[in-house]
Design a protein around this ligand. Sequence first.
Ligand code: BMA
Length: 368
Amino acid sequence: MKRYLIALITSLLFISCAQNQHLPIDKEATAETVNLYQRLFRNMDKGILVGHQDALAYGHNWYKEPGRSDAKDVAGDYPAVIGWELGHLELGAEYNLDSVYFADMKQYIKETHKRGGITTVSWHGDNIVTGNTAWDCAQDFVVKAVLPMGINHGKYLSWLNRLSDFFLDLKDENGKYIPVIFRMYHEHSGGWFWWGSEQCTPAQYKQLWIMTVDYLREKRHVHNLLYAYSPSETRDEAEFLERYPGDDYVDIIGFDCYATGSDATAVANYKKALDHNLQIITSYAQQSGKLPVIGETGMEAIPYPQYYTDAVYTVINQYRIGWVLFWRNAWEPDKPNHFYVPFEGHPSAIDFKEFVAKPNIFMNADIK
Ligand code: BMA
């Protein structure tokens, strides 16, 4: 009996230590990946990291100017978290669906790592059945087609191979793998991607997720990833978890949420949505030991001049989260209003500067 008790206490102690240590789901995660995960938790105790999608590759009215970033032009420093998009890597293309060359992206990721910054990647992979984009969601059998026994399973694995090769090519100057966060199959609670809630069943979505993690990890030996689960806005924890593949398959939990206008009502609705979804994810983060983040957010063209200090800060400041990532500043001449971080001279630049100067809002130089 005594021996059983000792064994029980030891294993309980072990479990609670493991939880305190926040270990990634990949038992073979590289030391740098484990460090990154723990570092994110440590930083969360002090503040919230600012992220920007595609920050280094281009910005409003410019493309590929070494060292430049719209956030840096305005606020003097790089974002702490930089997001990248892998769409079309699966096809073997040289550049992604927003015209960023994958060779350049690898360099940006290396530069970011060297600066102590953090990289997260998303993947708007094409619809493998129709050959159209990720947004071709007219069918409800694409996920089924890529699962084992599905007609496109083999081809899909060849797509995952291309992603694996990319991840395994992310190495620092000492030849160590650079850890990155893979926020895959995101916004799946909506119905606008082939992996969306109207396009597959919860069981199929979970299978897709689990198959991807298992394949990258076990068949391709990719061990420099943290996996982020990020639906669009959800009503409650039940909806948030409806397609959740399980605590053994997710390191980071978040959500994507955008302002749909800039008048008082739209701002109020946005704050309400941010707050509600922050409650859902931070509550589940408490229960599960996962790291909560805002996967994507923004107000297109930022017409509300207090967007950052009012709409965002007053809400996120009430929560403990890892980061908030603002979406991209399109370089394309036909998308002049598609930007989510101000550029020099934009009326919201002052507010952005004020936001990032808050003691608990961190740009690259502020993180440990
Ligand atoms: C969307 C828009 C598109 C872009 C896509 C993938 O939200 O920004 O212009 O191609 O994300 O990055």
